[in-house]
Design a protein around this ligand. Sequence first.
Ligand SMILES: [Zn+2]
Length: 423
Amino acid sequence: MSIKGEFMYSNGVTHLLIKAGTLVDGNGAQPKKDMAVLVEGSTIVQIDHPERVQIPDGATLETCEFPDATLLPGLVDCHTHTNMPGDGTSVDDVGLESYEIHILQGVKQAKLALESGVTTMRDNGGWHRSVFWLKEGIRRELVAGPRILASGRPITMTGGHCWMMGSVADGVAEVRAAVRELVWEGADFIKVMATGGSTIGSMSERPSYTLEELQAITDEAHRRGRLVGAHTIAQKGIENALDAGVNMLIHCTFVQSDGSIGYDPKVGERIAATDTWVNPTIHVRRGFVDLLEQKRAEEGLTIEEEADLLESVKAVEDRVKVTSQLIKDGAKVIGGSDCGWHVYEFGMFHKELETLVMSGMSHGDALLAGTREAAKALGVSDIVGTLEVGKEADLLLINGDPTENISHLQNVVGVFKSGIRVR
Ligand SMILES: [Zn+2]
């Protein structure tokens, strides 16, 4: 996958030495005091105590010192929507905007993500080819943003979730053609809507594609060397996606046919027994609760808003319960914010990682869910996700220790992407 940095310094500097008071390697090791990372071009070449770092002969060195900060790998967010504003506008309404507005929205969102320390992210679905263009614009350094892994348009059935993004396909032949078209256009992975969702009329409590269609999508994507992430709200859709061999269950909400949420341990065991990743997306609802509670305190709520709040509090509780069970049963749960959707603003990935802690993960494991494990889930763990020699110099500096409190991720001091300081 072509996401490795191509940057070389132009000002005569050959190496960058970044010293930090504490280092968290993103591999689960205890935080280490007084450490330094030596970067050559875009690559980490040494990690050691500063006095032990060997500067190569002839190197021209630039040093950055962060004596009070913690250095950790740049964050990896498995789920974003750069075309979406994250201000409560529905997908149906964003669909009425022009492609030009979608891509300009993406420019804003990519910058917010990068400055918050997200140096790699998946875009899980946008309109037309706008996310491919955004990715190319970032590669050309026309605009600032994380390295993006793009699905382009999600594949969905007629009237299915996100049909307005432009890749409607029905039947085995059409879904295979849709995968081929997206890969040809530049898709890094395939996103498929295995159930309905928040799109009006798409029926989130029911599966959308048949098993045969899902199998065809997965088979075709895997033949083209692409991973598959399946949007799954209804439990039957989760089971179909497992049968089809998708690589990631997105949302994985266990909604039953009557609309209620109920974890089925047999399905949970199946998920844990496979190498399927799970991306719960809890804060996208919790953020709405926060917003309504704030409004209630400041100016009061309407009757409809009170009902929304009640429903959303229950929805968050149900999702936390499901995710707790999945974690207990040994499923591979990773962090993906779904930012851009509903009222989830970009630049707040730590909020989703907080919900994994609410679901029973340790703070240290929640950090791994947003770094190393997320990179594995996206198939890029040889390039990013940990601080290791040979990997890209994607670095985040914060005040605090995220292995003790994941919320400390919001105290950003500095961000480097591929060895370039971007904040
Ligand atoms: Zn999403």
